[in-house]
Design a protein around this ligand. Structure first.
Ligand SMILES: C[S@@+](CC[C@H](N)C(=O)[O-])C[C@H]1O[C@@H](n2cnc3c(N)ncnc32)[C@H](O)[C@@H]1O
Length: 274
């Protein structure tokens, strides 16, 4: 069975994703804003699990925080309101326009920066926390983003992000756009996942662990979201909700940069197939 296509041209992925998010931002907001804002601004993933319950990002007061792929910046604005110094960062001008509207509504001066997470326009050791909720860590090559996160984090800083689990793609049927009960794709060799409109990235669990460790991170948590029975989300069909009760569809990583002298190279890219 065919696995993901193996191509290694990260800039073509960034271009394709930028095009998608510029065009798709309005529709994304229309479909999802009701589960993203207000009391759910600080919640995670497809089922919007509250940070208050998970406690995976942790305390941010008086800390420098970067959100990678902030969309309309609801998370960033909520953290700023708690006393963090936050920068919202996103590839898409259209998404950042939504963020500007949210910022104006809340009379905030949150800095918003446009760019791609595989080449961050920030100096080294600038942040205490880098995080995202299905943001750039899903859509950008981890062999580029993880070293970049390590570079901009201070020693002891944390990287926290939600994304698909490495199991999700294995049974995905692109024709129906649904999870199935049949193994359709290889587990080994996961990297660039080419979809009609976007490029996603995924690694095996072993490759994620190796990448974190090589970039000076230690792994503190891997939360595998399991939805409550009957839980619903506008991101998934009821079939995929039921699938997510049985197998891990999404995960949230928390890794911490060591206090040691490890200095990652800028955009240090490794050959991904191993
Ligand atoms: C699924 S949306 C999630 C946005 C936000 N976290 C939310 O929940 O509303 C993914 C976001 O990642 C951004 N993104 C995709 N690729 C990126 C990249 N290479 N660098 C920075 N942001 C990126 C998109 O523009 C989009 O805003």
């Amino acid at each position: 069975m065919g696995g993901p296509k193996r191509r290694d041209d990260p800039q073509s992925a960034v271009r394709k994703n930028r095009q998608f998010w510029e065009k798709g931002s309005e529709e994304y907001e229309r479909k999802h804003r009701h589960v993203l804002g207000g009391t759910r601004a600080k919640s995670w993933g497809l089922w919007r699990v509250l940070e208050r319950e998970l406690q995976i990002l942790g305390e941010v007061r008086n800390q420098d925080v970067l959100e990678l792929g902030c969309g309309a910046a609801r998370w960033s604005l909520a953290l700023e309101a708690e006393g963090a110094r936050v920068v919202g960062f996103d590839l898409s001008r259209a998404h950042l326009d939504h963020a500007r509207k949210e910022r104006a509504r809340l009379r905030s001066h949150l800095p918003l920066v446009q760019g791609s997470a595989d080449r961050l326009p920030f100096g080294g050791a600038r942040f205490d926390v880098v995080f995202c909720d299905w943001g750039a860590m899903t859509f950008c090559d981890p062999y580029r983003t993880v070293p970049e996160c390590a570079r901009v984090l201070r020693p002891g800083g944390r990287l926290v992000f939600s994304t698909a689990s490495p199991v999700r793609h294995l049974t995905y049927d692109p024709r129906s756009d649904r999870q199935t009960r049949t193994l359709r794709h290889d587990y080994f060799g996961q990297h660039r996942l080419e979809f009609p409109d976007t490029v996603d990235y995924q690694l095996t669990y072993g490759a994620w662990v190796q990448l974190f460790v090589e970039n000076g991170f230690s792994i503190e948590r891997l939360h595998e979201t399991r939805p409550a029975p009957g839980a619903r989300t506008p991101y998934l069909s009821s079939n995929d909700n039921a699938w997510g009760r049985r197998w891990p569809l999404e995960c949230i990583w928390r890794v911490r940069k060591g206090a040691g002298p490890h200095v990652p190279k800028r955009a240090h890219v490794r050959k991904w197939a191993r």
